[in-house]
Design a protein around this ligand. Sequence first.
Ligand code: DGI
Ligand code: FE
Ligand code: FE
Length: 397
Amino acid sequence: MNIAIYGGSFNPPHLGHREAVITALEELKPDRLLIMPDHQPPHKEMEEGSPTPEQRLELCRLTFGDLEGVEVSSLELDRRGKSYTYDTVCDLERAWPDARLTLIIGTDMLLCFEEWYHFEYLLEHCRIAALARDYEDDGKLRETAERLREEYGAEIVLLNHVPMPMSSTELREILHRRLGAESIREAAYAAIIRHRYYGAMPELSWLREQAYTMLDERRIAHVAGCEGEAIELARRWGEDPENAAEAGILHDITKRLSHEEQLNLCEKYAIICDSAERRTPKLLHAKTGAAVARDLFGVPDEIYEAIRWHTTGKPDMTLLEKVIYLADYIEPTRDFPGVEKLRELAYEDLDRALLLGLQMTIEEVRSHGEEPYIDTLTACEWYEERILERRDRHVDP
Ligand code: DGI
Ligand code: FE
Ligand code: FE
């Protein structure tokens, strides 16, 4: 049996790793290919804030799990401590005494192979498959391969592999700037965002795609409008436009769910709701939307809260909460009597616009013969008082 082993930190695994695996499958045709995330690399410290070994293992499953003949192995994780390939090879030889082992390694790893723990044993017991870019032009690589063959009788094959422009190190540096999605397998990227590994922030185009599949077709224009308006309001009032965009994109993600589904989500996320909320699914979608946004997309608290309060508002709102409340109200697809006035006011005096929005909602709800929800009423009272106070003190907005 031919077993190929592809070890590494996979911190995170990316499409370059996946391409390498596909090349190795084609060229080596192993019976099985083991992806072997290390517990702790022997030659370096794992960067602070990296996901745990178990989390990296899971990211590997999400990156390679669908490839036939490929298995993500927890051997090195289970062994704990520093992960020496020598120990792994010994373990595999014990498990499969007749197997022929091939180590798949990167170019740089071949160049320093003589620093590996018990490298002579490894060269004697394993074939080496080095992932080489332009190896015909790479004198140093060919020289090293030739020398290892001569000195140790090593068996070395070079896999012609065009590496991706992106490395794990580079990805760790850009994920928090809302970049990198195109270099990572979708399912793994979704997990990275969900848990915000590496301080990752979602690429907005990726987030839109995800959110829009959760919406009624008719609502997409509203959500896109709300995102754009939130960005503008954020710029006007000194809020972070990207956080505003993220909250705008996600604010209505549970809106299309039925009343029953809303209530199921309340149960799932241990959301407490009173009888008025239980009766009015319109009020629930703000709470369930925030919970789902946090669960699926790992939104930070400030964005969670902005989604949470976007329907009713509340006293003493944060800037982001106000921005989302108003963006939802005045985005370009909204056309109700009075929207123009509210649009103007939102860019002139944020609190007065907020108050006007609250008052209009109360009027609207009452015109349907319903009683506005308590949060809406207390929010309205709070801003009425605040604006009166402001007037008394002649304070500018
Ligand atoms: O989700 P959207 O339609 O984009 O907007 P939204 O989240 O502000 O929801 C608006 C709806 O919610 C609108 O039909 C009025 C309703 N609503 C807002 N505040 C209250 C309310 N309904 C009741 N019963 N009480 C409220 O205080
Ligand atoms: Fe809403
Ligand atoms: Fe909305």
